[in-house]
Design a binder for this molecule. Structure first.
Ligand SMILES: NC(=O)c1ccc[n+]([C@@H]2O[C@H](COP(=O)([O-])OP(=O)(O)OC[C@H]3O[C@@H](n4cnc5c(N)ncnc54)[C@H](OP(=O)(O)O)[C@@H]3O)[C@@H](O)[C@H]2O)c1
Length: 219
């Protein structure tokens, strides 16, 4: 099984790489810059992949086009913390480019390399849910993850005839750099749960929005 993970140099992406390695998968990790933790692993590292940069993505992802990809995990993401009176169009635009446009572009570029019956996992957030938003704020993050959810549902519809299932997964509140080490669970626990959810992803439940604990999330 060949697995591609974006943003796999730390946090949940790195933990996912370890989980799939432990299962005997061949793992390809894309990152902007590698690090010791990643270099220690027996994975193929594809460096220089900035998902916010549409002009360079096709070139930097080129090494992956010769691989038959069974699972693509769009994990790379950024979190801004805008308040209603304190936000900047540039940071919101950047979150859109990383969190929503990036996964769409990566998927489009790697589509020719996806195996028949491949799966695509989008690591989204419940913060992109309308119904679940009871606390406000986080304008760029919420908007960009809601946009990612729209991307995931369209891809699920468009790729179903090709036998490709697409899942939208909230990893939980996870102790990574993104949330300054706060969170309810560590990255290994989140990754292990995500692997189980990805195992359950089929063409029957393609396009669903699921918490790593198995709960179906409201849009
Ligand atoms: N932690 C949580 O509680 C939580 C909750 C809900 C959803 N999520 C989602 O889970 C995913 C992983 O987050 P995490 O918690 O593991 O955060 P993290 O530790 O901050 O890791 C984020 C990863 O995304 C990469 N990344 C950021 N901008 C990028 C860009 N422009 N191009 C390529 N890679 C980029 C980072 O690479 P660099 O080292 O190059 O910056 C890093 O590998 C994200 O999509 C996040 O939104 C996390």
């Amino acid at each position: 099984m060949n697995v591609v993970i974006t943003g796999g140099n730390r946090g949940i992406g790195l933990a996912l790489a370890k989980q799939y390695l432990a299962r005997g998968a061949k793992v390809f990790v894309t990152c902007r810059n590698a690090c010791d933790d990643l270099n220690k692993l027996p994975v193929t590292v594809v460096k220089g992949v900035d998902v916010s940069n549409p002009d360079m993505l096709a070139d930097t992802l080129m090494p992956l086009l010769s691989t038959k990809i069974d699972l693509l995990i769009n994990n790379a993401g950024v979190l801004g913390r805008e308040g209603v009176e304190d936000w900047d169009p540039n940071t919101i635009d950047y979150q859109f480019r990383v969190n929503a446009l990036g996964p769409l572009l990566v998927t489009q570029i790697l589509l020719p390399a996806l195996a028949t019956n491949a799966k695509i996992a989008m690591i989204t957030s419940r913060m992109g849910s309308m119904e679940d938003n009871t606390s406000g704020g986080y304008y760029g993050y919420r908007m960009s993850k809601a946009a990612l959810n729209a991307v995931g549902v369209s891809l699920a519809n468009d790729l179903k005839p090709k036998g490709i299932a697409v899942g939208l997964f909230h990893p939980g509140f996870v102790q990574t750099d993104m949330v300054n080490g706060n969170g309810d669970i560590d990255a290994d626990t989140s990754a292990s749960r995500l692997v189980s959810r990805i195992d359950e992803l089929t063409l029957k439940n393609t396009g669903s929005f699921v918490h790593s604990n198995g709960e179906l999330l409201p849009w």
